[in-house]
Design a binder for this molecule. Structure first.
Ligand code: LIP
Length: 274
């Protein structure tokens, strides 16, 4: 099994580089942009092109594997089986990509027996390749990375998303969550890219990230959740506070249990007010 995992990993790294080349070449060009759920949820011809290239090549090489991809999977997620399942976001942070804002990346993850075994997140604009394999640590450009040691939320830099304020039914709740968290932490950042925000926890430059909402799915969190845990951090379910189920993507990522618990409590507190 280990040998096969090496084969999967090497192939995935090669595909990631090919995909990232497409992203990098296109980022400063004019794109054809379509809205999915709203003007806060975009897709371009490059998202579709990268996904079909990546899935096409994986299918040709591993015909009995399964695939979950942002642009080819419908709104209903398939059930995760024990079979090797590739989970792909061809361009995470599509709005950033559209604007040329350099926080955008290609995401490829592999689950086997319902557990993440490979996570790859690559930002070719800033030349940051985040990788992890189950039980073998997390790396940035092949150097080991580790979460930060901060234990106190008042000293934490926290990433969150603000776009859901545009949705009528989510406005009050989102504003209340942002308001509550801003007051307790050192600062918040809203980068519009789930996978990289999680990787920034893994590399120790952000302490926590909370993500949940329409359009957010397993491809936004699956690969990066392995990168965080391999870097010593945690990813918990916003509803249960237990370890995240990657098929229920409502995630609190954090550099340690204590910060995760405090974030969990603050979101509860905010929801009681909204
Ligand atoms: C994006 C997420 C981001 C969120 C965006 C969008 P995509 O994923 O990573 O956190 O704010 O609305 O959903 O669609 O760029 O892959």
């Amino acid at each position: 099994a280990r040998y096969m995992e090496d084969v999967y990993y090497e192939f995935a790294i090669k595909l990631t580089h090919d995909a990232a080349q497409i992203l990098k070449t296109a980022i400063n060009s004019v794109k054809k942009v379509d809205e999915k759920l709203g003007d806060w949820d975009l897709v371009t011809e490059y998202d579709r092109k990268i996904e079909s290239t990546v899935i096409g090549q994986l299918k040709a090489k591993f015909p009995d594997h399964r695939f979950i991809g942002e642009e080819s999977t419908g709104s209903e997620l398939p059930e995760l089986t024990d079979d090797p399942t590739w989970i792909i976001d061809p361009i995470d942070g599509t709005t950033n990509f559209v604007h040329g804002f350099p926080h955008t990346c290609v995401v490829i993850g592999l689950a086997i027996k319902k557990e993440m075994v490979i996570g790859i997140v690559y930002n070719p604009v800033l030349e940051q390749l985040f990788t992890a394999r189950k039980g073998r640590g997390a790396f940035l450009n092949n150097e080991p990375i580790r979460v930060s040691n901060i234990q106190d939320l008042s000293k934490a830099l926290v990433c969150m998303e603000s776009g859901f304020i545009k949705i009528d039914q989510l406005r009050k709740q989102t504003i209340e969550r942002l308001r509550t968290i801003v007051q307790k932490v050192q600062g918040i950042r809203t980068l519009g890219v789930a996978a990289l925000s999680l990787c920034y926890i893994a590399m120790g430059i952000v302490e926590a990230y909370y993500i949940e909402g329409p359009g957010i799915s397993t491809w936004d969190i699956a690969a990066a959740s392995l990168i965080i845990t391999e870097a010593g951090g945690v990813v918990v379910d916003r509803v249960t506070g237990e370890k995240i189920d990657i098929m229920k993507p409502r995630a609190i990522g954090a550099c340690n249990e204590k910060i995760a618990k405090e974030m969990f409590k603050l979101i509860r507190e905010a929801d009681q007010k909204s």
